[in-house]
Design a protein around this ligand. Sequence first.
Ligand code: 5AD
Ligand code: SF4
Length: 451
Amino acid sequence: MKPSVYIETFGCQMNVADSERAATGLRKAGYELCESAENADVVLFNTCSVRERAEQKVYTRIGEVRTARGGDRQPIIVGVMGCVAQLEGERIFERAPAVNIVIGTRATDRVPSLIDRAQRGESNVSDLGERAENEVWDVSPVERHSAHVAFVPIIEGCNKFCSFCIVPYSRGREKSRPAGQIVAEVKRLLVLGYKEIHLIGQNVNSYRPGTESGLGGFSGATPFCRLLRAVAATDMPRIKFTTSFPRDFHPDIVSAIEDNHNLCDWVHLPVQSGSDRVLKLMRRGHKRADYMERIDRIKNSSRRLALTSDIIVGFPGETEEDFRQTLELVEQCGYDGLYLFKYSKRPGTPAANLPDDVPEKEKTARFLELEKAQRRAQQEVYRAYVGRKLSVLAERQSSRSSADLVGHSTCHKVVNFPGASSLEGEIVDVLITEAKTNSLYGRMVNRPVIA
Ligand code: 5AD
Ligand code: SF4
């Protein structure tokens, strides 16, 4: 009998999607997948290295799993997948001797044969190679992280080389999937009953498939705009996409949303800083004014589009004045949500050659100030939903109360409301009655949604 495998996933949606793909391949090859590390014969950690702490976590987890299982109940095989595997390669075997397999970011489909090799007694098995041509992207529904929401990768890797970011090194160059393949996957998901898909990629709007397959008959200013329209035509009820890159954010994306009710009213557009000087050091390829132009189009849309962003504080050389400009931009944008990060040096990136000169105490102070400003602004944004009806996909029972359901609105807010678990997977109208900082509360109403 083949051994049982447990995959633990860290980091972004792309890692979640890769784990789903690896699990699909493993099951096809006869492996059993299990839900916890406790009894698995093989434990795989799918890792993230975007920030220092994310990378550290995997080594801590390897230790924790080994301690929890005790000396004579160790897994037969321990593997490290994902970004840490790609970047660290065989060095992992020295740093964590319990590890038998290192699986790079493009080796997801070869996991079964790598496990086979380790099982046959080969030590230090590693694969940091490229994806095979015509690789299968299919994910079996049982391996999806949700029965109602599915991640659909459209582009992998990144060519932007922002100076702080490790992704171009861990994930390699941009590679787009043919639209025909993406649309076919979305149609299959629709038949299986999925209600929402997320088109995912490091930069979805840099989508450039190099083939017309699946795009014929769909107009748009860029291949991504055409893809959005092609995917919308499948009639999948809700389509979200993330992450967008500001420089490539064409106004036609907003037009596509306006033209198609099933393209959801949410845009995630990371700005990273409000200071042109810092943006230049970050090599982002956009100035503050370019970003604000995109925001104006989003804000002036005929639909109210929710807007979220990522910001790094304490980038090398960031002065108090630079930080003030970021703070001002945040106040100007009125974000629905913000992911804040303190800069941490990633070895091998261009910014790692700059002195990491903003003291930790100062980084924390800026982080907290920005967080406070965002919380204040966000409360207003959230309060404005009280009294309005939102269309919500009931995703699961609330962990706080079995009488409540929780799901996301089309504008990607977390919404809680009383409801039976038989409603899971349904799209319902919820009248919002209460707003907290990061979530909304309401009750179901049967009347149709008025946007
Ligand atoms: N330090 C801090 N934050 C970072 N991010 C990426 N690299 C770093 C780094 N070196 C943040 C960016 C990115 C998000 C996913 O993680 O804000 O958009
Ligand atoms: Fe990293 Fe910049 Fe690429 Fe985003 S666009 S993944 S921040 S290099």
